[in-house]
Ligand binder design. Sequence first.
Ligand SMILES: *[C@@H]1O[C@H](CO)[C@@H](O)[C@H](O)[C@H]1NC(C)=O
Ligand SMILES: *[C@@H]1O[C@H](CO)[C@@H](O)[C@H](O)[C@H]1NC(C)=O
Ligand SMILES: *[C@@H]1O[C@H](CO)[C@@H](O)[C@H](O)[C@H]1NC(C)=O
Ligand SMILES: *[C@@H]1O[C@H](CO)[C@@H](O)[C@H](O)[C@H]1NC(C)=O
Length: 515
Amino acid sequence: MKLHHHRHRQLHGGVSAAAFLLVVLPLVASSSSNHASSTVLSDANASKLRHSRLFKNALQRQSSNEQLSDLWTPLSNQGWKPFSESTSASSSLPESTGYIQVFLDGGLNQQRMGICDAVAIAKILNATLMIPYLEVNPVWQDTSSFTDIFDVDHFVNILKDDISIIRELPDEYAWSTREYYASAIRSTRIKNAPLHASANWYLENVAPVLESYGIAAISPFSHRLAFDNMPIEIQRLRCKVNFEALVFVPHVRSLGEALVSRLRYPIVESIDAVGTKYIRQVIDTKDGLGAGKFVSLHLRFDKDMAAHSACDFGGGKAEKVALAKYRQTIWQGRVMNSRYTDEELRNQGRCPLTPEEIGLLLAALGFDNTTRLYLASHKVYGGEARIAALRQLFPYMEDKKSLASSAERAKIKGKASLSAAVDYYVSMHSDIFISASPGNMHNAMVGHRTYLNLKTIRPNMVLLGQLFMNKSMSWSDFQEAVVEGQRNRLGEIKERKPKQSIYTYPVPDCVCQQR
Ligand SMILES: *[C@@H]1O[C@H](CO)[C@@H](O)[C@H](O)[C@H]1NC(C)=O
Ligand SMILES: *[C@@H]1O[C@H](CO)[C@@H](O)[C@H](O)[C@H]1NC(C)=O
Ligand SMILES: *[C@@H]1O[C@H](CO)[C@@H](O)[C@H](O)[C@H]1NC(C)=O
Ligand SMILES: *[C@@H]1O[C@H](CO)[C@@H](O)[C@H](O)[C@H]1NC(C)=O
């Protein structure tokens, strides 16, 4: 886990009675649906179905009204509500003990946790926090800074009674830069913070550095603050940062909002200024049960992830060889999963679900073919060929490209973190969220949506791994097993257990009992 954690731990509306919805799709902007580009396909046979018998049945599925109605019904009140401070007359902050700087690895969702922990540490130390520095991730390659992604004014303002935050170091500390720490050993750098360090560790090891030098730069910093044995006000502060202080910059929110509204009310005004033509398509939602609603599906299935899982995704020998080669190049034999056979990995639920498998799961749960899916995804290994099966099961599947013109997407183009931010926004506003693999995005959504009591499907990976290996299983048996195995995994509260992340399980630390 240590070797790759920086790479891998890395979406309401009422039921409308209208059974017919008008969908308007831009003819020109929908580049996403015919993308079976030969480049991505070169090393795989990704279009081959792995579960063709189940798939055939899934295509002809008859979803019951009862099932659909259950699925789309929001979660009932589970007796909790987000903790909000009884705004005590804002006492002034204690005198600052110095400046804390952190350098954050990972993709957007891992960096998010680092930001929350950085605020917590500044609080523990009575220090002033410099806006966290976001490292460029080797896989995602996005150079966006904190202020490019998050609304920094909001961040500073929401936290103003908790800690002081600065956007730039004062001149006398201007030397304390990433380059300065990368070029030599420096006494103001803390590089030995243990994983899940205690509050005391920081008081014992960082406070003295602040006292001597007035500044301390902590790197690496991901996963460097424990989840257990923390004062409750620190836990609540971490949640406040994650769920209230961190909001995206206005252009990300407005693009996200546009996508959400096009998913819900698919009558779109003009999309592109340049010669836009529209196709009108009628969605016949089953008795209007899913009208105005959508599921956000997070599908991380890029080559990096596929290779690292060491699972066989059915792309044939060429794909196996290509993934093994990638694994060797990037991790030189250090991938634990490659010590197991594909069967062992599936038995343990360690293989991410393929687009075909997530489609079968959603179909078995009862989603019919008028369900609108938002595909929150970066790059899918195997390209459109691999997504084709899922699209056949869910023809009303949309993504950023199908919903917005390239002009609208210009500011996020080629920026993995900003794209991930848009997906985060849309996913937070969806009726239902599901992820094809447990990872940082999945965890971030599970936590944030739990906090707001929103429906989230947590796939039972072990069960699904085993079901998908049984090649003789009938559709009805599969369906029954899936429905049974997903019971209480649709957003029911799970309280945090020791060692678990407060950002994934914010109950009970960050909520209070509703009375
Ligand atoms: C949904 O499936 C039914 C058959 O089960 C079929 O008649 C209908 O055309 C399908 N709708 C779409 C949008 O594919
Ligand atoms: C931080 O400030 C509080 C309140 O003034 C004080 O009780 C605590 O000892 C201070 N901690 C440090 C590390 O300075
Ligand atoms: C792709 O699938 C076809 C049909 O199943 C098979 O004959 C072929 O060998 C596969 N190609 C590769 C590169 O695995
Ligand atoms: C496969 O599923 C069937 C039920 O459809 C069951 O009878 C059989 O035992 C399963 N096989 C394995 C190997 O688990």
